[in-house]
Design a protein. Structure first.
Length: 197
C-alpha cells in the first residue's frame, strides 16, 4: 500500500513570500492614504485662505466704492485710527431704513489689522446716530500676512492730502502652514475708485 500525502498548507517559503507581498501592499496603501490625507488638508487650507482673502477684498472694494473720501483720522470707542499703509478709514454716506442716503450725514468704516493678533483683519463700522447702519467691530479675515494700501503707486501714508485720493489700490495676502512644513500663500490685488464724490 502506498501512502499518499494530502497535507494541505503552505511551506515556509510560500509563507514568507506571502508575508513580504502583504507588507508591500500594506505599505503602498499607507503611502496612498498619507498622500490623500495631505492633499485634502492642503485643499481645505487653500479654500480657507482663499475665502478669507476674497471676502476681505470684496468688502473693502465695495465700501471704497460707496465712500465719498478717505479720512485721515477717526476716534472710535477711545481708539484713534489713522489712515496709512495698512489702515483705511472711509467716509460713507449714511443711509435711512429704506436704504436711501441721508444728505450731509456720514458713517465711518475702518479696516485695520487686529491690535492683539495682526494676522486678523478687522472691519469697524462707526455709524451716525441718524443712520440705519449698525455699529460693529468684526474680524473679516484670518491668516493675513500682508495688508497694504496705496493710491497711484504711492503708499497712503505718503499721500499729502487724502481728500484728493480718487482710487485705492488694495493688496491682501494670507498664508497657512501645514504640518510645520508646507506653507500655502494666497494673494489678491485690486483697485477701487471712490465713486460718490
Amino acid at each position: 500500500m502506498r501512502y499518499k500525502n494530502n497535507a494541505l498548507g503552505f511551506t515556509l517559503v510560500e509563507t514568507m513570500f506571502a508575508s513580504v507581498v502583504g507588507v508591500m501592499i500594506l505599505g503602498m496603501v499607507m503611502i496612498l492614504y498619507v498622500g490623500v490625507n495631505n492633499s485634502m488638508a492642503r485643499g481645505v487650507a487653500l479654500a480657507e485662505i482663499n475665502s478669507d482673502v476674497r471676502l476681505a477684498m470684496d468688502r473693502i472694494v465695495r465700501d471704497v466704492r460707496w465712500s465719498t473720501q478717505l479720512e485721515t483720522t477717526r476716534l472710535i470707542d477711545g481708539t484713534l485710527y489713522v489712515t496709512g499703509d495698512n489702515v483705511l478709514i472711509l467716509k460713507i454716506p449714511a443711509i435711512d431704513t429704506g436704504g436711501d442716503t441721508i444728505a450731509n450725514t456720514y458713517d465711518y468704516v475702518v479696516y485695520t489689522p487686529d491690535a492683539s493678533d495682526p494676522e486678523r483683519l478687522r472691519k469697524i463700522v462707526d455709524p451716525d446716530a441718524a443712520s440705519s447702519r449698525v455699529s460693529s467691530d468684526q474680524v473679516i479675515a484670518k491668516n493675513i500676512n500682508s495688508f497694504s494700501l496705496s493710491s497711484s503707486g504711492t503708499a497712503l501714508s505718503n499721500v499729502p492730502l487724502l481728500s484728493t485720493v480718487t482710487a485705492v489700490e488694495i493688496a491682501v495676502s494670507a498664508d497657512k502652514t501645514l504640518l510645520q512644513v508646507n506653507t500655502i500663500i494666497e494673494s489678491l490685488e485690486s483697485e477701487a475708485a471712490i465713486r460718490n464724490n
